[in-house]
Design a binder for this molecule. Structure first.
Ligand code: HEC
Length: 214
């Protein structure tokens, strides 16, 4: 699996961007999206393996529980399930898989404001969205980037499958009861209007910072 596409271009753009620090815009002049700060290469393979295993476990765990909820309770019941359980389930699945990692689902178009990105996450999301805007489907599946204080973070791209559209699709296509619950519970909901296969956000995996100091 490739972490960085076109590393030479990436590096050149990174150097160009840091040459004038005020101009650290996510878009370079030629319109090429600038990747977020990359990581030192030590331990990258190990980090990628752990990060991707944990992110896959979370993505599959959530989809599995969601499909179960839709089966058992129908789509309206599943909205309740999502809003009541998704955050806790995220913590539980992450902990069961590897309790030293910190997992989060985040996106610029959040439904639950608790999932809004921090600054470093926002830079990664903007980069991936810029790639998608130029060429839909081109955002890489995984990416590693520095978090605040330079600590490593691993990202896994999430896209919408047909089942997701029942709650994240065009408002006009939603079940009226689903729409009513979403409007009541998430007055600032930005997570509707998606179509199939669209970039939805990321799972972000945080690693414990180096604990060699006391
Ligand atoms: C039954 C309705 C329902 C379905 C189906 C559904 N979601 Fe959601 N989704 C929600 C609700 C409600 C939230 C907000 C609660 C939470 O998860 O924190 C949410 C939140 C999210 C979030 C967290 C970011 C945010 O916007 O708050 C992501 C990412 C997400 N959904 C992706 C998906 C994907 C991908 C699928 C399909 C595999 C999917 N959802 C299917 C209802 C649904």
């Amino acid at each position: 699996m490739k972490l960085f596409h076109r590393p030479t271009v990436a590096l050149a753009l990174l150097l160009a961007a840091s040459a004038c620090s005020d101009a650290a815009e996510p878009e370079a002049e030629a319109g090429t999206p600038v990747p977020p700060d990359s990581l030192p290469s030590e331990n990258r393979a190990e980090m990628e393996a752990r990060g991707s295993a944990a992110a896959d476990a979370l993505a599959q765990g959530l989809v599995g529980r969601l499909a179960e909820a839709i089966d058992e309770q129908g789509i309206v019941g599943a909205v309740d399930f999502c809003s009541a359980e998704a955050m806790e389930l995220t913590r539980d699945i992450a902990e069961a898989h590897d309790s030293s990692l910190d997992l989060k689902r985040t996106t610029t178009r959040w439904r639950n404001p608790d999932n809004a990105p921090d600054e470093a996450e926002a830079r990664v999301l903007e980069y991936l969205e810029a790639l998608e805007a130029r060429d839909p489907g081109s955002a890489p599946m995984t990416l590693a980037a520095a978090g605040p204080d330079g600590s490593p973070r691993f990202y896994r791209t999430l896209r919408t499958a047909p089942m997701c559209l029942q709650c994240h699709g065009a408002e006009a296509d939603l079940d009226p009861e689903v729409r009513r619950i979403l409007e009541a519970r998430y007055p600032e909901d930005r997570a509707v209007g998606y179509s199939e296969g669209e970039f939805r956000g990321v799972i972000r995996v945080g690693f414990p910072t180096n604990s060699s100091s006391p």
